[in-house]
Design a protein around this ligand. Structure first.
Ligand code: KIV
Length: 271
């Protein structure tokens, strides 16, 4: 496994160097202290405190309901667990789209209250003024194009984006705009692999793909999907590395049995 543990702390500069040298960037979501600690010690490059917390932690159907204060709570917990990786905190729906001044105050609140290292927001030309303002305040920004879940009611479905020429052309133009605005990286979600390759080659900043093929500069997965905690979500792009739901079910069933049978606790497990 090529995890460079010599690197003391991953910064946006480290990611830039990784792109230049062809070393792929690994990113995973986390929402709490304990998993963040495990992922950081395993050598992950970036932890995204995703607004997917709205789905996988709170059980909402979309990412729209999660609030800025709830994202801050998750990010604070994650930050306490890490020593090495870069932390990106998602700006939730409604905290940056209104105007760039509001976007800046939301980003500042995240940075001040969480100790995170950067923020992520969704969209292209529509949010470029917000990105410029946040970057000008010294806050690193990760962009997010393609399937942007905060716009689910505009899209209507979670299907692959930018398959048609017009949407692909907008995505390519948006990627360049985001780079010019000062983004340090861009997530490309659920777009054709050929388009993601073209965008990745056209940029000097790294792209991080999810359902966007192997030619992005890095990959991101939602922890609940790749660890098999959430087993109902099985898109083609997902590789499931564990089946935690099955293992936990087995363990808890055994515990219930042991309690009912008066097998737990035994003599050695008491004072
Ligand atoms: O919120 C999230 O988990 C994300 C990833 C899907 C990239 O934005």
């Amino acid at each position: 496994m090529s995890v460079n543990k010599e690197v003391k702390k991953i910064t946006t500069n480290t990611l830039q160097k990784m792109k230049a040298s062809g070393e792929k960037i690994s990113m995973i979501t986390a929402y709490d202290y304990s998993f963040a600690k495990i992922f950081d010690e395993a050598g992950i490059d970036i932890i995204l405190v995703g607004d997917s917390a709205s789905n996988v932690m709170a059980g909402h159907e979309t990412t729209l309901p999660i609030t800025l204060d709830q994202m801050i709570y998750h990010a604070q917990s994650v930050v306490r667990g890490i020593q090495r990786c870069l932390i990106v905190v998602d700006m939730p729906f409604g905290t940056y789209q209104g105007n760039s001044k509001e976007a800046l105050s939301s980003a500042i609140k995240i940075m001040k209250e969480t100790g995170g290292h950067s923020v992520k927001l969704e969209g292209g030309v529509e949010v470029v003024e917000s990105i410029k303002r946040i970057v000008s305040a010294g806050v690193p920004v990760m962009g997010h194009l393609g399937l942007t879940p905060q716009s689910i009611y505009k899209f209507g479905t979670y299907t692959v984006r930018a398959k048609e020429e017009e949407e692909a052309a907008k995505l390519k133009a948006d990627a360049l705009l985001l780079q010019e605005a000062g983004c340090f990286a861009i997530v490309l979600e659920k777009i054709p692999a050929t388009l993601a390759k073209e965008v990745s080659e056209s940029l000097h900043i790294p792209t991080i793909g999810i359902g966007a093929g192997g030619d992005c500069d890095g990959q991101v997965l939602v922890m609940h999907d790749m660890l098999g905690i959430n087993t109902e979500f099985k898109p083609r792009f997902l590789r499931q590395y564990l089946n935690i739901a099955e293992q936990v079910t087995g363990a808890v069933q055994q515990y219930i049995k042991d309690v009912k049978n008066k097998d737990f606790p035994n003599e050695k497990e008491q004072y």
